[in-house]
Design a protein around this ligand. Structure first.
Ligand code: BES
Ligand code: ZN
Ligand code: ZN
Length: 498
């Protein structure tokens, strides 16, 4: 699909379908709506008079046009509610709603008028990100009744704006949207089709296509490095574990010389719970337990194309978590790369075990700031549902920057506390620490465990277990993997680069 940016007026736009954001309490007798009302022979004032459409958030009105002074043959009005609450998230959702709606009507070329002009480049970017995200379908393996309709192009129209800025935003949006969908596609793959080896192959392809350095540690190398925590999780599986390492090195380096931001993502390609086996209900969803790793790879994919002026390291520990005669058992002790010993109380708390060695390895590779992301705890859904991603960490400035980056692109993060007291819950009677902290504050004690490995390196942790999977579908997004955090991390990195 092609994306374009345009600063033409709606009459000039060359697309089959025209979609326009409409705010609550707008009237059909002035401004853009008047132009469209005239072009549609009074249909807009008609639906507004009859109270069929009032610009409320989520409302849509769809028309066939035959106006001579306009190229578009279809018109979609999308209600966007109050102008004051029309922010990044809503602009992005507009793109998704329009793309999904007009695709379902078999319209091939669409133009979207977002009606937010303050920062044309950014608005264009968000509309395109939303459109591309909206077009993602999880039904890859369906052979019948598949959504076969495809859009040929999306054009963002910001009347009177700097055309170059709109075009630049649209192109950036394409890179970001496609990278988000890349992450979603990986997250959606069944365990059998997304093993650690296959993940490493995908990361390698990305590195080759977009110009990143790539490495994947195998079991032998992990043994040499003493990664007993990661290997302890991998023991039960016949699939060999991989520790994927991607690096983006800018050609023009800005900022302090030895600074290195690392993204670390949990890559459990299937989490059965191991010997502490999960119940059968919803276990199929545990194919998405590698979303943290997919988020790292998807973000690196975008970064390689957007080329910010700071280096970024991506580290993704990948393994299955399965029960077998070789599997780690509750009560076993693992020795992590840092030398810390861990009593495994519950083999289902495996994410923190693989992240422990991955975070330590990122530090070994020179990371001076670390952001890890993981579908780490069921408890985070109890605390925050599917609305906010939990963020915790040791560096308030880093945390604040991630939250602010999220606000900028329309993703929500909510900080949970990480006081020293919580660490008491993971003290072990027979080893340095244990891998679960009891019933209370499950998301926090998981983070307290990771803190034992990030130590004094500024670190933030994103628990995406509640936000990485969207159910049910919405008008702007299919049910399934959401690609949460990719666009926030891209924004964060670009801000860090200045
Ligand atoms: N992968 C799960 C967390 C999860 C649950 C992700 C639901 C997405 C949806 C993680 O490995 C896990 O099993 N955590 C346990 C920890 C517990 C044993 C302390 C949990 O949350 O139940
Ligand atoms: Zn688990
Ligand atoms: Zn897990």
């Amino acid at each position: 699909m092609d994306v374009f940016g345009s600063s033409q007026s709606v009459n000039e736009v060359n697309a089959e379908g025209l979609a326009v954001a409409v705010f609550k309490d707008e009237r059909a007798d002035s401004g853009l709506l008047k132009t469209l009302d005239t072009a549609s022979g009074g249909m807009i004032s008609d639906v507004m008079k009859s109270e069929e459409f009032a610009g409320k958030e989520g409302e849509t009105a769809y028309f066939h046009l035959s106006a001579k002074n306009m190229k578009a043959r279809r018109l979609l009005l999308v209600g966007c509610g109050d102008r004051d609450s029309y922010k990044s998230a809503q602009v992005t959702q507009l793109g998704g709603t329009v793309a999904r709606f007009l695709r379902s009507k078999n319209v091939k070329t669409i133009a979207i008028v977002p009606r937010a002009n303050d920062d044309a480049e950014r608005v264009a970017q968000m509309v395109v990100v939303g459109s591309i995200m909206g077009l993602f379908e999880p039904d890859k393996y369906r052979t019948k009744d598949k959504e076969k309709r495809e859009l040929k192009s999306v054009t963002v129209v910001i009347d009177g704006a700097d055309k170059k800025a709109v075009q630049r935003g649209a192109e950036r949006g394409r890179i970001i949207g496609e990278s988000i969908n890349f992450t979603r596609d990986m997250a959606n793959e069944p365990g059998a089709y997304m093993t650690p080896t296959i993940m490493a192959d995908r990361a390698k392809q990305v590195a080759k296509e977009f110009g990143l350095s790539f490495d994947a540690l195998d079991q032998k190398q992990m043994e040499k490095l003493g990664m007993g925590s990661l290997l302890g999780v991998a023991r039960g599986s016949d699939e060999p574990p991989k520790l994927i390492v991607l690096k983006y090195q800018p050609s023009r380096f800005r900022g302090k010389k030895d600074e290195l931001l690392a993204l670390v993502g949990k890559g459990v390609t299937f989490d059965s719970g191991g010997i502490s086996l999960k119940p059968g209900e919803n276990m199929e969803l545990m194919k998405y337990d590698m979303t943290g790793a997919a988020t790292v790879i998807g973000t690196m994919r975008a970064i390689a194309q957007l080329k910010p002026s700071i280096p970024v390291l991506g580290v993704a520990p990948c393994t299955e978590n399965l029960p077998s005669g070789k599997a780690t058992k509750p009560g076993d002790i693992l020795k992590a790369m840092t030398g810390k010993t861990i009593e495994v109380i519950n083999t289902d708390a495996e994410g923190r075990l693989i992240l422990a060695d991955a975070i330590a390895y990122a530090k070994k590779l020179g990371a001076t700031r670390i952001i890890d992301m993981a579908t780490l705890t069921g408890a985070v859904s109890i605390a925050l549902g599917d609305v906010n991603t939990a963020i915790l960490g040791t560096d308030q400035e880093l945390i604040d920057e991630v939250i602010a980056s999220g606000v900028e692109v329309g993703e929500k993060f909510w900080q949970l506390p990480l006081d020293a007291e919580y660490t008491k819950q993971i003290k072990s009677d027979i080893a340095d620490i244990k891998n679960i902290g009891g019933k209370k504050a499950g998301t926090i004690t998981a983070a307290a465990f990771l803190k034992e490995f990030s130590e004094e390196t500024p670190w933030a942790h994103l628990d995406i277990a509640g936000t990485a999977w969207g159910d049910p579908a919405t008008p702007y997004r299919a049910k399934g993997p959401t690609g949460v955090a990719v666009r926030t991390l891209i924004e964060f990195i670009e801000r860090s680069a200045g």
